[in-house]
Design a protein around this ligand. Structure first.
Ligand SMILES: CSC[C@@H](O)[C@@H](O)C(=O)COP(=O)(O)O
Length: 363
């Protein structure tokens, strides 16, 4: 994505003798664009836990660089470093996928060869994610072209939840990639952006990156989607995902399930965009088998924003003393999913179709 006219990836490397990793501090967006420098695995782990970096594919790529930074310091520490990084967030399977790929690439190498190989493998993971997301965009684009063809001269209204764009991946995004490509192709696309409480990834991040790309959009309260669908204001829902089971169940940011129910009731197509790294063939039933991250109560009771005089402040909005619960993800059963947009094409959210599209994942 371009910021101030310069094309950036969401995670990148500063080359040189002591190479380091740069990430955008997403806890500062949309108020400040601040690139953080990560030099060791502990910094990477902190960035993932604190959500300075976030989004399923991006935490996988960033963790891979964390392994590479660790190998430069101590190439004998491969297994404990990988175990530590794998524990930083539980729901997105991309994290484990990336770490498993690093383990496979490095485990059988002599320690003295691991640092160079780890750097190359992390870079390959990042390149793979950028190319994969671009392909997801190309495969999702026809959905938006078909809607545009059905209603010439009218805008194509897409509703999305959370942030599954450039900021959640190395480049392009998953759910937002088709939207960027449609916009660039001249399709009059407009995005309803769910604010996505409690962390406001929609209002803060999706709105920021759509704005930076010039895509028309409107931020709505999370509860507005059903109403918009009832009134014909949503042509299609496209969301990202943190894990898809072999039967097509979809884990994504809390609130996604409610959007899928409303979409079903209103006959609105509900599509989910994912890269291969998000598919977890070991899991069948999403509701009972996918671990759902429980985050701090403060994310629910408090709100962070920028004051009129430019200070970033957090204030409490819940009644004093009331406890809060904060499940960060939910699972949308496959029966509510119209289809999946992947880098290999579009596919039904069901076991046989997924097995046919990703036979190597069954091994
Ligand atoms: C392309 S990423 C899809 C998901 O990771 C995204 O929608 C989401 O739920 C992100 O959650 P987050 O908790 O902000 O990391």
């Amino acid at each position: 994505m371009k910021i101030d006219g310069i094309w950036h990836r969401s995670v990148r490397v500063d080359e040189g003798d002591g190479w380091s990793v740069r990430i955008l501090d997403q806890t500062k967006l949309p108020w400040q664009v601040e690139w953080l420098r990560l030099t060791n695995e502990d910094g990477v782990a902190h960035a993932i836990r604190s959500m300075q970096t976030r989004g399923a594919p991006l935490i996988g790529a960033t963790a891979a660089y964390g392994v590479a930074l660790a190998m430069r310091r101590d190439p004998t520490a491969l297994e404990p470093v990988c175990a530590m990084l794998a524990e930083t967030r539980p729901t997105a399977i991309n994290l484990r996928w990336a770490i498993d790929r690093m383990l496979t690439a490095l485990r059988n190498l002599p320690p003295q060869d691991r640092a160079v190989a780890a750097y190359a493998e992390a870079a390959a993971i990042a390149d793979d994610d950028a190319a994969t997301c671009a392909a997801i965009g190309r495969n999702g684009l026809p959905l938006l072209q078909e809607i545009a063809a059905r209603k010439p001269g009218s805008r194509v209204n897409v509703l999305t939840h959370c942030n599954a764009g450039w900021l959640a991946t190395v480049d392009w995004g998953t759910a937002l990639a088709p939207i960027y490509m449609a916009h660039d192709a001249g399709i009059p696309v407009h995005v309803w952006v769910d604010e996505t409480r409690p962390r406001n990834q929609g209002a803060a991040l999706t709105a920021f990156e759509l704005g930076a790309h010039g895509v028309p959009h409107t931020v709505v309260a999370d509860n507005a989607g059903g109403h918009l669908m009832q009134h014909g204001e949503v042509d299609i829902v496209i969301v990202g995902t943190d894990r898809v089971t072999r039967t097509g169940d979809v884990a994504n940011k809390i609130g996604t399930y409610l959007k899928a129910l409303a979409a079903k009731d209103n006959g609105v197509p509900f599509w989910v965009a994912l890269p291969h790294s998000t598919l977890d063939m070991r899991v069948a039933d999403g509701v009972s088998e996918i671990p759902i991250e429980e985050r701090s109560q403060a994310e629910v009771t408090d709100l962070t924003g920028r004051t009129a005089d430019g200070r970033i402040e957090t204030i409490r909005v819940a009644a004093a003393g009331s406890p809060a619960a904060n499940p960060a993800f939910d699972v949308t059963p496959a029966r509510l999913v119209t289809g999946l947009i992947t880098e290999r094409g579009r596919v039904a959210a069901e076991a046989a179709a997924l097995a046919a599209m990703y036979p190597e994942k069954l091994a």
